[in-house]
Design a protein around this ligand. Sequence first.
Ligand SMILES: [Zn+2]
Length: 209
Amino acid sequence: MPVFRVPSWIQLLFPQSYWRGDAKSKIVHLTFDDGPHSSVTPWVLQQLDAFDFKAHFFVVGQNAEKHPELIARILELGHGLGNHTHTHRNGWKTALSPYLEDVRQCQAQLPQGKLWFRPPYGKIRPAQSRQLRAKGYRIAMWDVLSMDFDPSRSSQQLLQKLKSLTRPGSVIVFHDSLKAEPQLKAILPSYLQWLAACGYQSRPLPSEP
Ligand SMILES: [Zn+2]
């Protein structure tokens, strides 16, 4: 059962992962997983642009392969890009070597640079995490999950929950996918407006940890 915030004792078990940015700043890190998608991603980029917010996009390699123009656009606008495996693999159900191969295939679609990786479903085994970190990847988890993929909850409830959990340094997960589109379109514009009104800025995950 997904939760809006991972309990701090779990975060402490994985101190090598990135859960939250600078807790003393008015900066949050908006992140968008599972894209790029032909219509949802451009819509997200437009929303972010209206506030000059910069985000981090954790793309699925096979989607990146279909939309190289969106990968270029994301970078051109000053957002960050991260690896989310080539085929959205569940690490708990995948052996080490096919998992690493899937990550490698996704990375082949991305420009060189800082290697940020987010495991799909947040599910990664210690050996997978260790191997990826040895290859130079930084594992990005999150501080707040928007639950935009859940159509059974009311958008108003999701928005309230998001606002109440957002804090300095929060890494916040949304999805630029077809599945999340209805909730995303219902909550993102108001949420961005609220962030700006509170004096928050959004930046990509840092290029230097
Ligand atoms: Zn995902």
